[in-house]
Ligand binder design. Structure first.
Ligand SMILES: CC(C)(COP(=O)(O)OP(=O)(O)OC[C@H]1O[C@@H](n2cnc3c(N)ncnc32)[C@H](O)[C@@H]1OP(=O)(O)O)[C@@H](O)C(=O)NCCC(=O)NCCS
Length: 334
């Protein structure tokens, strides 16, 4: 039985089209200053046309496979984290498997929003450690731009989200020592309605109506109690990071790199201050991508690996909080 798994390759894909805060302010009552002050976001990427989460996922997956020195034939399972699957069903993981030319293998989606990548990582780690798979492809991919209300009515949510994908290949740790130390997953469904998308809903016939799109309280777009989400995020993030560190006999000063989900720069600054972690140790790139939900951690990891911030031997923590509410952390010895 394999004792420890590690990330063997990382990939990233974002659409070419950059949408700045000024671009958005031409379509709704907002401003670059409001968005930057409240969220730290300067720009995000939106797809052009005819691109699904699995298409962006494919680009990221191919890059991750290349870095790992593996081909799709070496992969034994595919896990796709997304809240914006290409279609309602079947899973984007199945669509991606076909696009990559994968043989028959387990392929499934994890629908856990901003924590989806870490839930997927934990699932992949379990498959590998019990010997059900040697290499697992984990992708986080989102197309938000086609599902948000880019008018003043939807501005609170619309300015935050961006499109993107990140992918990792997990496999046995090269030396048996480095790799994933532990994953910690949480959910509290009583807060579901604080950040949610109600339509399409199997509770109703038809599942989506013209009224959903046109009413005062449109169900067809994501809705968020922003301040409520913020307050919970700044509590749960430090809590779950501490939990991961304590489970491995570590404390915040031991941490070399923190890769938090990119929901809001202010949230990440608050978390760093609460744990007394120097800001230079925290990977933030929300200014360029907005919140790409399940893709945000693998995209941030990709950049931190490429620019040398994540190096061998370091203690690296990934942490997320999002709709559900769900929250999670994963601790690595790189
Ligand atoms: C959404 C968020 C940025 C709002 O920031 P905030 O500091 O709470 O905002 P404020 O309460 O100061 O301002 C709200 C006001 O700005 C307005 N507003 C909302 N979105 C706006 C926008 N894009 N542009 C300009 N004004 C906007 C609101 O209508 C409200 O106006 P009112 O006071 O006249 O009612 C913040 O709450 C947040 O980031 N929450 C967490 C969201 C999150 O992380 N979501 C993803 C979780 S994974």
């Amino acid at each position: 039985m394999i004792q420890r798994t590690h990330i063997l390759g990382v990939g990233k894909a974002v659409p070419e089209r950059v949408v700045t805060n000024d671009d958005l302010s031409r379509r709704m009552d907002t401003s670059d200053q409001w968005i930057q002050q409240r969220t730290g976001i300067r720009e995000r990427h939106h797809i052009g046309s005819d691109c699904g989460a699995s298409d962006l996922g494919r680009q990221a997956a191919e890059e991750a496979l290349a870095e790992a020195g593996l081909g799709i034939a070496d992969i034994d399972a595919i896990i796709f984290a997304t809240l914006s699957p290409d279609i309602d069903w079947p899973a984007s993981a199945c669509l991606l498997a076909a696009k990559l030319g994968a043989r028959a293998m387990p392929a499934f989606d994890v629908r856990n929003q901003c924590s989806g990548f870490l839930y997927s990582l934990a699932s992949a780690d379990a498959l590998i450690r019990v010997g059900r798979a040697r290499h697992v492809l984990v992708v986080g991919g989102e197309i938000h731009s086609t599902g948000i209300d880019i008018t003043t009515r939807g501005r609170e949510v619309a300015v935050i989200f961006g499109d993107g994908a990140g992918a990792v290949v997990l496999g046995p740790s090269p030396d048996g020592q480095c790799g994933l130390l532990s994953c910690h997953l949480h959910a509290e469904g009583k807060y579901a309605e604080k950040l949610w998308l109600e339509a399409a809903s199997s509770r109703r016939r038809p599942r989506i109506t013209v009224g959903d799109l046109g009413g005062d309280d449109p169900a067809a777009y994501p809705r968020m109690s922003g301040r409520y989400v913020f307050k919970h995020a700044v509590t749960r993030f430090p809590e779950v990071i501490q939990e991961a560190l304590a489970a491995n006999g570590c404390t915040p000063p031991d941490l070399d790199v923190l890769i938090p989900h990119q929901a809001n720069l202010r949230i990440n600054q608050f978390v760093a201050a609460a744990l007394e972690i120097e800001e230079s140790k925290v990977v933030n790139n929300i200014d360029r991508y907005g919140n790409t939900t399940a893709a945000s951690i693998p995209i941030a990891l990709y950049e931190a690996r490429r620019d040398g911030r994540v190096k061998e031997g370091q203690l690296v923590c990934m942490a997320a909080f999002g709709a559900g509410f769900t929250w999670a952390a994963a601790l690595f010895r790189w």
